[in-house]
Write a protein that binds this ligand. Sequence first.
Ligand code: SF4
Length: 61
Amino acid sequence: MKAKVDADTCIGCGLCEQICPEVFRMEGDKAVVKVGTVPNEAEATCRDTADQCPVTAITIE
Ligand code: SF4
């Protein structure tokens, strides 16, 4: 499973880094995905994070 952040959509709220720091980190005022593949143990949290992003900037594939 992979996660992506659409930098044009991200408003830099920091929520994803708070919920799932295994996958997301803030770089300046945007979130980035810091892993190529989401670790198995972080998949559920990562999906939750995508659901909770206020602007739906996170996609999972
Ligand atoms: S939760 Fe969404 S809007 Fe907030 S920093 Fe993460 S990707 Fe950006």
